[in-house]
Design a protein around this ligand. Structure first.
Ligand SMILES: C[S@@+](CC[C@H](N)C(=O)[O-])C[C@H]1O[C@@H](n2cnc3c(N)ncnc32)[C@H](O)[C@@H]1O
Length: 274
């Protein structure tokens, strides 16, 4: 295994090439994350130097595609952090009930588990028929997987436990059909979900929404990029609209804190002030 000293300029050069040649801009991602992922690909590929890696990114589309996948961490679950979903049931759904139609945006939806969880929650509250869920990500591979709504049996065991812990009142198996070692998400949950490619670094507001979930995405961004994305969210939310962040993410001490009220401090649920 080759040992290298991955310098700041090495990283900058690679990221600039990824941006100029392939259009994906990771230059404002957290340096620790980018460094870890580049190093991981370097080791897996058995390369000898950063000059070799730079040449591969420049001349080999398939290698660049691998590195792009490496930089996008797609780990997710249905009803991830069940206490958060309990909070949605108890504190957010009652507010959503006051609207005659509802628009929800999942920013960084990965392979779709979060959006399907929301569809279940809204269905159980009798709100799904008047909702549109926009589920976006910049990772087309993850989006294609999400649209299919096919997950392995192994994963479903954990998702069932999460669902029960979140206070789910139904039998979780009523939301999918099993085939061999896979499960297929029920068509009725898919009908109001719009899957779309949207890049939080470069794309802009596309709808006015009542609720945004952007969980476990901002942790990969540096402060400037987090601010850009927070502006995007503020401009996308109606007054009184709600924003949900991941457990390790926060509005605290940032310039956006004053624009929101806390609905659930622990579960990171906020409401845009009027
Ligand atoms: C760790 S997953 C989180 C998935 C889900 N929100 C959850 O909490 O389970 C992070 C997702 O953010 C997406 N992402 C990262 N950078 C992005 C960007 N610039 N624009 C859109 N999505 C991005 C990744 O592709 C990945 O699917």
């Amino acid at each position: 295994m080759a040992l290298i000293d991955l310098t700041g300029p090495d990283i900058e050069l690679l990221l600039t090439t990824l941006y100029r040649q392939y259009g994906y801009d990771f230059r404002q991602y957290s340096e620790a994350h980018v460094r870890r992922r580049i190093m991981n690909r370097f080791i897996l590929s058995g390369l000898n130097s950063m000059t070799d890696m730079q040449a591969r990114v420049q001349n080999d589309n398939k290698f660049a595609a691998l590195l792009l996948q490496d930089l996008s961490i797609t780990v997710t679950e249905m009803f991830r952090d069940p206490e958060f979903y309990r909070s949605l049931r108890e504190k957010v759904i009652p507010i959503l009930k006051t609207y005659s139609f509802i628009k929800v945006w999942h920013a960084g939806c990965s392979t779709g588990e979060e959006a399907y969880s929301m569809a279940i929650l809204l269905k159980e509250a009798g709100l799904y028929d008047r909702t549109t869920i926009y589920a976006t990500d910049f990772n087309q591979q993850a989006l294609d997987h999400a649209r299919e709504g096919i997950f392995s049996n192994e994963l479903i065991k954990d998702y069932t436990i999460n669902y029960q812990r979140s206070g789910g009142p139904e039998s979780f198996s009523s939301y999918y059909t099993s085939q061999y070692n896979m499960v297929i998400i029920d068509q009725s949950l898919k009908k109001n979900i719009v899957w779309a490619n949207h890049n939080l670094v470069t794309d802009s507001v596309f709808a006015e929404v009542h609720l945004i979930l952007c969980r476990n995405v901002l942790i990969y961004f540096n402060k400037d990029l987090q601010n850009r994305v927070q502006t995007l969210f503020l401009d996308s939310l109606i007054n009184g609209g709600m924003l949900c962040l991941g457990t390790k993410e926060s509005l605290r001490f940032g310039e956006f804190e004053d624009r929101y009220l806390e609905i659930d401090r622990k579960q990171k649920v906020f409401k845009k002030k009027y």
